[in-house]
Design a binder for this molecule. Structure first.
Ligand code: MN
Length: 262
């Protein structure tokens, strides 16, 4: 009997020592441990939405030149608005983001998208500044590409089919998108996104939030901040939203739609 207890005690002690050794020598560092939910393909693609082929760098964040002249989108947006919007507003999001990250080299190594999808990993004292300015930088980087001097008209191919299937017709889609943009109270954005169920959906975001923060891939979006339209349209946001379709870059949107469904 005594021998039995000795053996049991030895067994229990050995197990405890082995367990402690295992915990202390865990070969996978905590920071690299897999998240509890395995990301789906859709979630992974949310880490690269700024451009069709790459994510947006934060080391440092940089203001890319407009892909066309200030007056090139005059069918919808005047040159003065474009210049202010890009050279002053977008530039200040870039500068403020760099300022927020200047003491945090580890955060600079991450993409703008990765900061936004995991804001809880950003220190609390800079979190709001990062949210607003990383969001502003990403939103505008996408926005400039969604427009073109040769833009307008109706989409073709797969995106056209999908819009028709989802909303009934292109006209109904435009009406719903514009109505959502008008209804967004204060400053924000209206978007066509792809949700995790792989469906198209119209959503709006407040301030400079981007749909990736809600697990949604931004395919197309319009800026409904007053700075986007006030010089030409004054308080007539609905008229701006209507005219904006004249410069929409469908080939680019079609590309984003394809990427989002992979
Ligand atoms: Mn803007």
């Amino acid at each position: 009997m005594i021998r039995f207890w000795r053996q049991t005690r030895l067994f229990v002690l050995t197990t405890i020592v082995l367990a402690i050794l295992l915990i202390c020598h865990n070969p996978v560092p905590i920071a690299e441990a897999q998240p509890s939910t395995t990301p789906t393909t859709t979630n992974r693609s949310l880490l690269s939405v700024a451009y069709p082929n790459r994510a947006l760098s934060a080391s440092p964040a940089q203001l890319a030149p407009l892909p066309y002249g200030y007056g090139a989108l005059a069918k919808a947006i005047d040159a003065e608005t474009m210049k202010l919007h890009h050279d002053a507003h977008h530039a200040s999001y870039v500068n403020n983001l760099n300022d927020a990250l200047k003491q945090y080299p580890d955060l600079q190594k991450r993409s703008v998208e990765s900061l936004l999808v995991d804001l809880n990993s950003v220190p609390e004292n800079i979190r709001t500044k990062v949210r607003n300015n990383a969001g502003g930088h990403l939103n505008h980087t996408i926005f400039w590409q969604l427009m073109s001097p040769q833009g307008g008209g109706e989409p073709t191919g797969a995106i056209a089919q999908e819009i028709k299937q989802t909303f009934g017709s292109f006209d109904t889609f435009k009406k719903q998108f514009n109505a959502a943009g008008v209804a967004r109270f204060g400053s924000g954005w209206v978007w066509l996104v792809r949700n995790p169920q792989n469906q198209l959906q119209i959503v709006t975001t407040a301030n400079q939030d981007n749909p990736i923060m809600e697990g949604l891939y931004p395919i197309l979006g319009n800026d409904v901040w007053e700075h986007a339209y006030y010089l030409k349209y004054r308080n007539r946001r609905a008229e701006y939203l209507d005219n904006w379709w004249n410069v929409v870059n469908w080939p680019q949107i079609s590309r984003r739609s394809q990427l989002s469904s992979k």
